[in-house]
Design a protein around this ligand. Structure first.
Ligand code: NAD
Ligand code: IPM
Ligand code: MN
Length: 342
């Protein structure tokens, strides 16, 4: 039976890159698709960013592919207004997708496309393991006329399970990133990571880094990292920074996964890019590479995943460059360049 994939294009370039990526999926297998609303598009159609039908469809899928949500149209700062981003946070929570995996490995063809010097980024092959359903994103929110707050809390089981994902993924070491010199929640986080290490993974090398230093090391010595494990907020920020090692935010894919048996959600790291939306020039490769993660981790189709990744590689070797990488290829041309290699 064909694998069933729910598509959540969302807003802005999300729509454009998902349309591109499904063409690539169709070139490597047979899939049935179900398109559902999320984000601003869902607010416009239904009044809320995450309709029940979207959650139901995702729960029944083999895997979910998301584009991006958000845009200036829904960017009110007024309290209580529905926001597109609540749709994304809501679907992550509804599917318990507590681990967001963001692999950062510059492709050889793009070593000179990064603003960072080639000799700094050569050899980089790191994985950001970002906690995705806790911390400041999901703490109690309060607001009155003169004060506002977002609680930043983690429970022991939340930290234990993300630490396990990181230790299992480690090849050389795990670098735990926190702010334990200031935050109580970070001191607790670090203690739990150390507990999990001592009890379950004593043979994996673990080190610890404060997040400000980690931000600096990511651009000065990225190849010294293997697996980075960190909380929801730090992981969000560090992964956009790490994207530039690959040449562009338009290159970085991600997999959001939960417990065995729940469908994963695969999404580019970038957003809806309102500044270029509708112009047909978005780089579709982060989403196409997210499809490779979907094939490998979501559907167990490793040969197909390898085929997509090497087609992207060869297309770039052949000179494919969208504007974010310094070229002038359109989204369509980039997609065709990948399809030609399949
Ligand atoms: P963004 O990632 O959308 O854009 C940042 C910059 O990178 C822009 O200059 C944009 O043009 C460029 N860019 C991003 N993706 C690109 C691609 N594929 N090809 C070429 N250039 C690309 O971040 P932002 O501007 O801070 O956010 C815009 C909106 O997107 C906001 O509403 C935000 O909440 C939302 N957002 C959504 C997601 C998501 O749905 N996963 C992620 C990040 C931001
Ligand atoms: C991401 C995005 C989201 C996040 C927003 C849109 C809620 O920035 O996936 O990185 O902060 O998690
Ligand atoms: Mn982000």
């Amino acid at each position: 039976m064909a694998h069933h994939i729910v598509l959540l294009p969302g807003d802005g370039i999300g729509v454009e890159v998902v349309a591109a990526a499904t063409q690539v999926l169709d070139a490597v297998g047979e899939f049935s698709y179900e398109k559902r609303l999320i984000g601003g598009a869902a607010i416009d159609a239904t009044g809320g960013p995450l309709p029940d039908e979207t959650v139901d469809a995702c729960q029944g899928a083999d895997a979910v592919l998301l584009g991006a949500v958000g845009g200036p149209k829904w960017d009110s700062t007024e309290a209580g207004r529905p926001r597109p981003e609540q749709g994304l946070l809501g679907i992550r929570k509804a599917l318990s997708l507590f681990a967001n995996l963001r692999p950062v490995k510059p492709l050889t063809a793009l070593l000179d496309a990064s603003p960072l010097k080639r000799d700094r980024i050569e050899g980089t092959d790191l994985l950001v393991v970002r906690e995705l359903t806790g911390g400041m994103y999901f703490g109690r929110k309060e607001r009155d006329a003169d004060r506002a707050s977002d609680e930043n809390a983690y429970t022991r089981p939340e930290v234990e399970r993300i630490a396990r994902v990181a230790f299992r993924a480690a090849r050389r070491k795990v670098t735990n990133v926190d702010k334990m010199n200031v935050l109580e929640v970070s001191r607790f986080w670090r203690e739990v990571v150390l507990d999990v290490h001592a009890r379950e993974f004593p043979n994996v090398v673990v080190d610890h880094m404060l997040v400000d230093n980690a931000a600096m090391q990511l651009v000065s010595a990225p190849s010294t990292f293997d697996v980075i494990v960190t909380d929801n907020m730090f992981g969000d920020i560090l992964s956009d920074e790490a994207a530039m090692i690959t040449g562009s935010i338009g290159m970085l894919p991600s997999a959001s996964v939960g417990e065995e048996g729940t469908p994963g959600l695969f999404e580019p790291v970038h957003g809806s890019a309102p500044d270029i939306a509708g112009r047909g020039i978005a780089n579709p490769l982060a989403t196409i590479l997210s499809c490779a993660l979907l094939l490998r981790h979501g559907l167990g189709l490793s040969a197909e995943a390898d085929a997509v990744e090497s087609a992207v590689d060869r297309a770039l070797e052949g000179g494919l460059r969208t504007p974010d990488l310094g070229g002038d290829a359109t989204t369509d041309q980039a997609t065709r360049a990948v399809l030609e290699q399949l």
